[in-house]
Design a protein around this ligand. Structure first.
Ligand SMILES: [Zn+2]
Length: 159
């Protein structure tokens, strides 16, 4: 069973009349993670390692309250290691909190699928609107085709 739970919510953005603010809260092994998932960051884990901006502020501004997580690829999944401050060039000295969470490739595929499905659901409900991570940012819908492509890469990893 996957140790990570997703909680989706969305609303019309206060910052723009054709924008939907999309919020993804995460609970990891009964611990509520601070702030919300950066959708670009989430999909980037398939191809990237190191300090990745996986969580952004609820307002949509990473440097406001977002943070990096150190991502390490393993044979059978990904290790999410510690959180780090949202500075321009993160390193070990910027540590916020120590933890270690592992997800299998199947868990990761299921998570990415759920997020992708939710973006499509919002997209269908609000035709002509854009969607962003947090109250106001430029993070989400411009990349929907890329997310679809990356979703296939997650699936390929499951073997
Ligand atoms: Zn903020």
């Amino acid at each position: 069973m996957c140790s990570l739970k997703l909680n989706f919510s969305y609303e019309e953005s206060v910052g723009d009349s054709t924008l939907i603010s999309f919020y993804i809260k995460v609970n990891f092994k009964d611990k509520d993670m601070q702030k919300i998932v950066d959708v670009d960051g989430l999909f980037s884990v398939i191809n990237k390692q190191g300090f990745l901006p996986l969580f952004t502020c609820d307002c949509g501004n990473f440097s406001c309250g977002g943070y990096y997580i150190k991502v390490i690829h393993l044979e059978d999944g990904i290790l999410f290691d510690n959180s780090y401050k949202p500075v321009n060039e993160p390193d070990e000295t910027q540590l916020i909190e120590t933890f270690e969470y592992k997800l299998s490739w199947i868990d990761l595929y299921n998570i990415a699928s759920a997020v992708y499905a939710q973006i499509n659901l919002i997209n269908n409900k609000y035709p002509g609107f854009n969607i962003c991570s947090g109250a106001y940012s430029d993070i989400v819908l411009k990349n929907i085709d890329e997310y679809q492509r990356l979703l296939k890469e997650f699936k390929d990893k499951c073997g």
